[in-house]
Write a protein of this length. Structure first.
Length: 377
């Protein structure tokens, strides 16, 4: 990526030479060109929210920015990109969406996330740190910026306008209004599970902003919950890509003696899973881990892995995450252990599972979803 502050070699995480997706796009480049063209460059406390793979903070490292991200993979990519650029550790402050935000912000750069709820939560939590002189600039591809996006900036921070589009990217300019009292933050959101979804029926779900299907149980997870395996007698179960943790919590309710590992690459998701588990007073043993799938889990140590893999990485549709989840699950399963996967029928997960495990069986299906089982031989 060539910028006014130099050229940088950037990659996603984990690095894959076969991956053709870039670690930056036209929206990142547009924002950097705009900043360089301003009469005054970045100064004071610079905060970058939603920087996807670290492209923005790597280019702006000389200004000592703070990055705020919900993605473990994005943060690891940032570390690698900063190191590759020769940036000294500590020059860029790396925070997650679960960390307390800076107390003062002079320049706020927002890479608009896919989730409007996550954007709302970010703006509401950052608003108290803004002042009359704070410059707020958002960026995103045209397809990512909607009227609802602009309305959110306007409602929480102040008057908002957009730029002309360049290379299908657009900027958002927002002027914070001094003395404005932002609305109350509705996140995290709570709701009760409906009847007929197994051991978790009637129990509480807690969703932090940005976690899939924040205000209701999505139909795919509901289908999965009604076809979970019998977990009685199992020692260790992994809820892989746990989201709000409703699947792993159902396992813990059905078998309080099992140790359940909740893992996701989203800090918001793992916080939701822990809150869901604790809200229901489950008398079991649980571990909550933010990370790259089952990396760090001992090989052959797990009885069952439960998985609803995502098929998007930000705006890109990709099966790379599912492949890594499936191969990781096979490694950590003991011989005879099984991976259970739910997904849309058209995604063809059965073919991938056969390539990874050598077998795949249909547990249940309907016109839209399928639950598959693959056994570690």
């Amino acid at each position: 990526m060539t910028t006014p502050w130099g050229a940088f070699e950037l990659s996603r995480f984990p690095e894959d030479p076969r991956d053709r997706l870039r670690a930056w796009d036209a929206a990142d480049a547009y924002l950097l060109r705009h900043l360089a063209a301003r009469e005054t460059g970045p100064a004071g406390e610079v905060v970058v929210a939603g920087d996807r793979w670290g492209a923005l903070v790597t280019a702006l490292a000389q200004f000592g920015p703070t990055q705020i991200t919900d993605s473990f993979l994005g943060q690891e990519a940032t570390r690698a990109n900063l190191a590759r650029a020769g940036v000294q550790p500590g020059t860029v402050r790396l925070l997650t969406t679960q960390d307390p935000p800076p107390e003062r912000i002079d320049l706020l750069l927002v890479r608009v996330p896919k989730s409007l709820a996550l954007l709302e939560d970010l703006l509401l939590r950052l608003a108290p740190a803004l002042h009359e002189g704070t410059v707020v600039i958002g960026t995103g591809m045209v397809k990512e910026i909607h009227t609802s996006t602009l309305t959110l900036f306007e409602r929480i921070l102040g008057p908002t306008r957009t730029s002309l589009a360049e290379q299908k990217a657009r900027l958002i300019h927002c002027t914070p209004e001094p003395g404005r009292v932002p609305p109350a933050n509705p996140w995290p959101y709570r709701y009760a599970l409906p009847d007929g979804v197994g051991p978790a029926s009637g129990h509480t779900v807690v969703n932090h902003a940005g976690v899939f299907c924040a205000d209701r149980l999505d139909i795919g997870t509901r289908f999965f919950l009604t076809h979970l395996p019998d977990v009685r007698g199992l020692r260790r179960v992994v809820d892989l890509g746990c989201g709000n943790g409703v699947v792993g919590t159902s396992v813990a309710l059905a078998n309080p003696d099992a140790e359940v590992l909740f893992v996701d690459e989203s800090y918001q998701a793992v916080a939701s899973a822990e809150a869901t588990y604790k809200a229901n007073g489950v008398p079991g043993h649980a571990e909550f881990r933010v990370g790259d799938g089952v990396a760090g889990v001992a090989s052959g140590s797990v009885d069952v892995v439960l998985n609803n893999p995502p098929f998007h990485a930000h705006a890109a549709t990709t099966d790379a995450t599912a492949w890594r989840m499936f191969t990781g699950a096979r490694r950590v399963l003991r011989p005879g252990g099984a991976l259970y996967v739910v997904g849309n029928r058209h995604l063809g997960y059965h073919a991938k599972l056969k390539r990874v495990f050598g077998n795949s069986a249909v547990v249940a299906s309907d016109p839209k979803f399928v639950v598959l089982r693959a056994v570690r031989r």
